[in-house]
Design a protein around this ligand. Structure first.
Ligand code: HPA
Ligand code: ZN
Length: 326
């Protein structure tokens, strides 16, 4: 068996996936038609042709525009179910997925509509594909902390439905410290905490995520490597980094996968995992991310096994559940 096939077949967890980023153009068209919403493209190919980004913001503008066709519970169900169906082929056995409620509630969609549609699909995904799942509510960092608090209040009746909160959207100019109080409230409520940091933002943002937000995982974390003291701290804490290679390539965080820091992270004793981020936009699901870095970085079988193990040990499964995969 070649190494790419081996990587594809490894049981794995995905810990960094934005549900809205798994919205394939064909489904986008079908839902737009069903909801009688206009989209400014003639075909799915047309949509794909527009997916050329030079930075995070370029992508986010198109990502939010695509998500605007999602209106009904069935839409959120279809989006989520399609993702689970696709990743079953990559032998993904557990997922911890982000959703961005503010992207939808801002447009007048009820919080409950989003929540019910997604969780029904997650439950069917467990039954139909044997994929276990947890949900992470992500706050949009380009909006205010007050807005995040409003979203957290709307989420309060559903606290048992999600495992934690996260922080995504435009990183530069929106440091983790902007959300110190809402993350403290989430921690008080017993939730897990994660934050995107060090994707485009400086190492200082990773320090803030650790020391001010007190996160359990760092999403991306690439730029941590610029600060040896930070690397030392992340190693000491055994902090999981949810790394997204094809996303990094598409958003020009790296210019070439051969220069991707994943292998260096492993060599430094960090705990990276491989994830797809927004697979419908970045040219591949988790299996394709594994295949791409296996080739570009010449990863060994032992490194691939470490990466798959990291995905379970860094998850929010119980210790007993983790052990069953390690
Ligand atoms: N970074 C920040 N915010 C996001 C991303 C990302 O890669 N994808 C969806 N929201
Ligand atoms: Zn992300």
């Amino acid at each position: 068996m070649d190494l790419k096939t081996f990587a594809q077949a490894l049981p794995k967890a995905e810990l960094h996936l934005h549900l809205e980023g798994s919205f394939e153009p064909e489904l986008m068209f079908a839902i737009a038609k069903r909801n009688k919403v206009e989209i400014p493209y003639a075909s799915a190919e047309d949509v794909r042709a527009a997916y050329r980004f030079s930075n995070l913001q370029d992508f986010l503008d198109i990502y939010y525009a695509g998500a605007s066709v999602l209106l009904a519970e069935q839409d959120f169900y279809d989006l989520t179910y399609a993702y689970l169906k696709r990743i079953a082929a990559d032998n993904v056995r557990h997922v911890e997925v982000f959703f961005d409620p503010q992207t939808h509630t801002e447009r007048g969609v009820a919080f409950s509509t989003v929540m019910i549609g997604i969780t029904k699909a997650l439950s069917d995904g467990q039954k139909d594909f044997g994929i276990s799942s947890k949900l992470i509510l992500s706050f949009l960092r380009h909006l205010s902390e007050e807005d995040a608090f409003k979203t957290f209040e709307q989420a309060e009746p559903y606290l048992d439905w999600f495992v934690g909160v996260g922080l995504d959207s435009s990183e530069k100019g929106h440091p983790p410290s902007k959300f110190a109080r809402v993350f403290a409230a989430a921690r008080e409520a017993g939730l897990k905490l994660v934050a995107h940091a060090g994707e485009e933002g400086p190492p200082a943002y990773v320090w803030e995520a650790l020391d001010i937000l007190k996160v359990d995982r760092i999403d991306h974390g690439n730029r941590s490597l610029e600060d040896p003291k930070l690397v030392e701290r992340l190693v000491k804490d055994g902090m999981t980094l949810t790394v997204c290679p094809l996303s990094n390539l598409k958003l020009c965080v790296v210019n070439d996968l051969k220069q991707h820091p994943l292998k260096k992270m492993l060599d430094l004793g960090l705990k990276p995992t491989i994830n797809s981020d927004d697979p419908a936009f970045f040219g591949g699901y988790v299996g394709e991310n594994f295949a791409a870095v296996t080739e570009a970085l010449n990863l060994s079988k032992a490194e691939l096994i470490t990466l798959a193990k990291n995905s379970f040990s860094g998850s929010f499964l119980s210790e007993a559940e983790k052990q069953s995969w390690l």
